[in-house]
Structures are given as C-alpha cells and as structure tokens.
Design a binder for this molecule. Structure first.
Ligand code: 9UX
Length: 71
C-alpha cells in the first residue's frame, strides 16, 4: 500500500470535494481518498500493485478537475 498526496485544482464547493473523492474511490485498489478543499489537496491510500498515480490523476481530470502529484 502507498499513501500519496495530490494537488487538486478547480474545486469550489463541498459537492466538488465529494465528486473528486468518489472519482478516486471508484478505482479498483483505492482504499481511502480524503480531499481538503481549502488546502486543495487529496490524500489517497491505494495498492501500488493495482494502479498508479497517473491512473488517479486521469480519473480526477475526467471529472473536470486538475490533478498533479505533490512532490
Ligand atoms: Mo459545487 Mo463543484 O455547486 O464542480 S459541485 S462548484
């Protein structure tokens, strides 16, 4: 398991937060996804054998938000 932090852009309300969390949680191998609106980030716990950070970024971008790995 891995825990990674992502920068998320384009969220303006609490429903956005839920949409982004659900986008990540829908992926096979994601155990938890927690978005913080004011920090504009998301911390994801996931199985590295099942998906990559790029898969998570693509899922968030498909919902219309910006995502990048936080270095
Ligand atoms: Mo809130 Mo977010 O009305 O895309 S759901 S702004």
């Amino acid at each position: 398991m891995a825990k990674k932090e992502f920068n998320i852009s384009g969220m303006t309300c609490a429903a956005c937060v839920r949409t982004v969390e659900k986008a990540a949680l829908a992926l096979e191998g994601v155990k938890s996804a927690v978005v913080n609106l004011s920090l504009e980030n998301m911390v994801v716990d996931y199985d590295e054998d099942k998906l990559t950070t790029e898969d998570i970024i693509k899922a968030v971008e498909a919902r219309g938000y910006g995502a990048s790995i936080k270095e």
